[in-house]
Design a protein around this ligand. Sequence first.
Ligand code: ZN
Length: 183
Amino acid sequence: MKHSVIFNIILFISFSHSLIAGDTLTIVDKRVNFGYAVSQNRKADAVIVHSTFNNSGGDFYDIDLVLKQFSTYKVSAHYVIGRDGIVYRVVDEQNVSYHAGKSSLPDGRTDVNSCSIGIEIMTSYKESPTEKQVIALIALINSIKKRHTINYVLRHSDIAPVRKTDPWNMDWKAFQQKLAESK
Ligand SMILES: [Zn+2]
């Protein structure tokens, strides 16, 4: 017990620091074995932002329950961001995660999964992303931009407007401004 308290304090301090510094991320590995195709040397130039929650009973925001739900539908995302801003790595960036479904980019490309990185923010239909999630999302996207030439940062609803409404309850304009200012 004492050990876990100390561990949590250390985690909290390092996490707080990462939020203040804005240059590091708390990434926890939660890799899955479904919902993606193995790939090498693919070029990802789009980041697609989604939202998700566990809609199958129990805690809305339990990462394991969210991933269990993904497994049912054989979908995934590269990253899932918890309410506390912790980033779960679910699929490696070089692999093709099945997150976008039938959708199209502004330049007309329709195989969006093959050229994008998918990020899920845990929110429900009624709740907005937390401040910590927005900060983590910005840090994560800036970190992705160091590894890939990103031309688009879009919402799922931007690329599949008829089918999708996520990310829910998110002030997208404010987010875009914060992202631009963070560079
Ligand atoms: Zn989505």
